[in-house]
Unconditional design. Structure first.
Length: 223
C-alpha cells in the first residue's frame, strides 16, 4: 500500500468525512466510496456516528426512555465519538488507511447547538479531534428530506426535534428542526472548508464528485 503524508492531522492515513442531515444519502455515498477505493487497492476503514461498542446501545436505551436533556445528549455522543476515535480511527490512520467517517464533529456542532448547548462548549468538547483532510457536505433542502423520510422510515422523535418542544406535530417539528440544522451547517461551510454537494443530484453524480475529489487528495498525499 502507498505511503501517505502531508495530511492535516499528521498521521500517515487519510481522513475523509461525509456530513449532512438525516436522509441526505451519506451512508450510501460512504459505501460507494469504500467499494471504489478498495478496488483501487486502498485499505479503507469506515466509522459511523453512534456505533461504538462502549456506549451506542446505552444511547439507544436512553433515547427510548426519553432520558436526555441537551447536555446529556451532547456528552453521550461525545463519549461514543471519543471511544471510536481512540480504538478505531486513530489506529487506522497511524497504519496508513483511508478512514471514511459517516458524520464527524460537525454533526454535534449543528445538533447540539440547535438543542440549546452553547457553541463554544460543544467545540471545546471535541477540540482534540484530528482535522479531516477533506469534508463533503451533502446539502439537501428540507422539502426533499420530507419526501424521503415519509417514503421510508417515517418521523423519528429525535430526528424531528420533538424532544426540544419545537411543535406537537411531527411534520411541523421535523421542518423546524431540520431547517435549524441546515442553518448551522451553512455557517460551517466556509469555516471548515466543506465541499458542498447538491443532495438533489443523482446518487451517481454525487458519487462522481466525491470520488474525483478524494482521488485527487490521495494522489496529492502519495510520495
Amino acid at each position: 500500500m502507498p505511503k501517505l503524508n502531508k495530511t492535516k492531522h499528521g498521521y500517515k492515513g487519510i481522513l475523509v468525512v461525509i456530513e449532512g442531515t438525516d436522509a441526505s444519502g451519506k451512508s450510501t455515498q460512504i459505501e460507494l466510496l469504500k467499494k471504489y477505493l478498495e478496488c483501487q487497492a486502498y485499505g479503507v476503514v469506515v466509522s459511523e456516528w453512534k456505533s461504538s461498542e462502549l456506549i451506542a446501545s446505552v444511547i439507544d436505551d436512553a433515547k427510548e426512555r426519553n432520558l436526555f436533556n441537551a447536555n446529556t445528549f451532547s456528552l453521550m455522543y461525545a463519549a461514543d465519538f471519543a471511544f471510536r476515535l481512540e480504538n478505531q480511527v486513530i489506529p487506522a490512520l497511524e497504519a496508513g488507511f483511508v478512514v471514511l467517517m459517516d458524520r464527524y464533529t460537525y454533526t454535534a456542532y449543528a445538533r447540539d447547538v440547535v438543542r440549546g448547548v452553547k457553541p463554544a462548549w460543544v467545540r471545546k468538547l471535541y477540540d482534540y479531534a484530528p482535522a479531516p483532510d477533506m469534508t463533503f457536505y451533502i446539502d439537501i433542502p428540507v422539502k426533499s428530506l420530507l419526501k424521503r423520510i415519509i417514503a421510508s422510515k417515517g418521523f423519528d422523535y429525535y430526528e424531528s426535534g420533538r424532544d426540544i418542544g419545537l411543535s406537537t406535530d411531527f411534520y411541523e417539528s421535523f421542518k423546524i428542526y431540520q431547517n435549524k440544522i441546515l442553518e448551522e451547517y451553512s455557517k460551517m461551510i466556509d469555516e471548515y472548508g466543506f465541499i458542498k454537494v447538491n443532495g438533489n443530484d443523482s446518487v451517481e453524480k454525487i458519487h462522481d464528485v466525491i470520488k474525483e475529489n478524494t482521488i485527487k487528495l490521495l494522489h496529492t498525499n502519495i510520495d
